[in-house]
Design a protein around this ligand. Structure first.
Ligand SMILES: Nc1ncnc2c1ncn2[C@@H]1O[C@H](COP(=O)(O)OP(=O)(O)OP(=O)(O)O)[C@@H](O)[C@H]1O
Ligand SMILES: CC(C)(CO)[C@@H](O)C(=O)NCCC(=O)O
Ligand SMILES: [K+]
Length: 249
């Protein structure tokens, strides 16, 4: 079995693939290394052979997680690393090592699935957009605050915006103008993300006409699903690209 990890800024997304068929044996989202280890240890029938991961955390944090995994499961861990070019995609950053590795592997996955020009949108703690032309050239991208950062900025920098998680979830059942603080904030931020998607797609049309694919991924992808009918929601896009960046023999 292969353990795959996407270590983001707030959460670790994990899944275990069975060696033979590559089908998903188990998966989850955790908010700490400790929780990851305990969820894995609780899995009946787990026999990890290898692990591959992509991380946007510091070298120290990622190193500590790798060490913990090696100790707990005796697995060898392979880490996605920056590259100027891979699987037909050319990193568009002036300083290619600075491009977030989650963006990089999602781009590899997107270009592979599209076999052509694509726009990759990721809705996590941060929101990112990346443009890859049909020849694999990464034209660059955008980074903005995601839903958790937007709502927390409002909560932190105002006196009277206060509400709980459950109310927030309920507020998102509709998009009508809010009639309470929670509705006004949650729907307002969701509309910001939707407007972002439309702007990015407009820009992609400017480059490529109608000849491109749009991929949407990340924990908050559901907030923008349906905005662009032709967009594909691919929750595991990072894992698709991770397998390409870290082939295991
Ligand atoms: N099962 C889940 N567990 C945790 N968060 C979830 C889950 N499903 C959806 N979310 C939402 O996903 C968002 C976080 O997205 P995601 O996990 O893709 O990114 P992240 O790890 O926080 O950050 P990064 O952008 O650095 O990858 C949160 O706003 C959260 O509400
Ligand atoms: C933008 C995030 C936080 C998105 O997860 C991550 O890709 C990252 O830390 N990137 C480094 C900065 C950059 O990509 O330019
Ligand atoms: K991410």
């Amino acid at each position: 079995m292969i353990l795959e990890l996407d270590c983001g800024n707030s959460f670790i997304k994990w899944r275990v693939l069975t060696g033979a068929s590559g089908s998903v044996f188990s998966e989850g989202v955790v908010d700490s290394d400790q929780m990851l280890l305990s969820e894995l240890k609780a899995l009946a029938g787990l026999f990890l052979r290898k692990c591959r991961l992509v991380s946007v955390r510091t070298t120290e944090e990622t190193g500590a997680l790798i060490e913990a995994l090696e100790q707990a499961f005796g697995v060898s861990v392979v880490c996605a690393s920056p590259a100027r070019e891979m699987s037909g995609v050319r990193n568009g950053y002036d300083d290619f090592e600075r491009l977030g590795l989650d963006r990089w592997v999602a781009m590899l996955g997107g270009f592979h699935l599209a076999s052509g020009a694509c726009l990759v949108l990721d809705f996590g703690t941060a929101v990112t957009a990346d443009f890859i032309a049909s020849d694999g050239e990464h034209l660059g991208g955008f980074i903005c605050p995601g839903m958790p950062l937007m709502r927390n900025q409002l909560r932190t920098h105002t006196r009277k915006i206060r509400y709980g998680d459950l109310a927030a979830e309920r507020a998102l059942a509709s998009q009508a103008p809010g009639r309470s603080t929670v509705e006004a904030v949650e729907r307002g931020c969701a509309l910001m993300l939707q407007g972002f998607v439309l702007t990015q797609v407009e820009m992609a049309r400017g480059y490529w006409g109608a000849d491109f694919m749009v991929f949407i991924t990340g924990g908050d992808a559901n907030l923008v699903s349906g905005i662009v009918p032709q967009a594909r929601i691919v929750p595991d896009l990072v894992f698709v690209g991770l397998a390409m960046a870290c082939p295991l023999s």
